[in-house]
Write a protein that binds this ligand. Sequence first.
Ligand code: FMN
Length: 211
Amino acid sequence: MPRALTIDEIREVVEQYRAAARNAIDAGFDGVELHGANGYLVNQFIDSNANTRADAYGGSLENRLRFLREVAQALIAGSGDALRVGVRLAPLTTLNGCVDDDPETTYLAAADLLADLGIGYIHIAEADWDDAPLMPVEFKRKLRDAFPGVLIYAGKYTAERARAAIGAGWADLVAFGRPFVANPDLPKRFASARCLRSMTATRCSAAVRAA
Ligand SMILES: Cc1cc2nc3c(=O)[nH]c(=O)nc-3n(C[C@H](O)[C@H](O)[C@H](O)COP(=O)(O)O)c2cc1C
């Protein structure tokens, strides 16, 4: 049966994050991204329905964000520069049982906390399955107001939606998963005038290939 980490184990895990960041920088990486999304460990502390702890790491919003804060601080210390740290968050996905009762409040507080720490970017993982609801734009605008660093979004984007997001100002960068897996030259394809505005990334790629 899975069990909650003890406080001593939490300290150990935070130290492991610090060492991992230092090792990554020593090995020549430019920075490290903390995976705080999609039901992984940090996400399990953040979301109210996943975190059942009754100690300083559970219950109140401040407590649920404590592990995120400590790990982010460890990554900053390990990498030696807050701007070399990014954090991936998933406010609305329900993967691996991580669901929050009030995602807007929770993740705006997380963005505030990360803004205070001065990290380089937040990477929002949006739900990427076909019939997933879109994250409300109003929520994204509030994240923009809360976080002055770079905001990256990923999940089911097309070239057209990505341009609209950057044009609207709530996204600085858009990440692509599946279209990139199949098309290593995706940026070139997006730049191609042959990509009709109404096409999805995948269909656009097929059209460029066929032309
Ligand atoms: C083959 C594949 C494996 C993935 N594995 C993970 C994973 O292990 N953990 C995770 O958080 N996201 C994973 N993702 C999701 C991506 O990180 C990213 O959020 C997603 O692909 C973006 O949506 P898009 O594919 O619609 O562009 C995976 C995506 C793909 C295509």
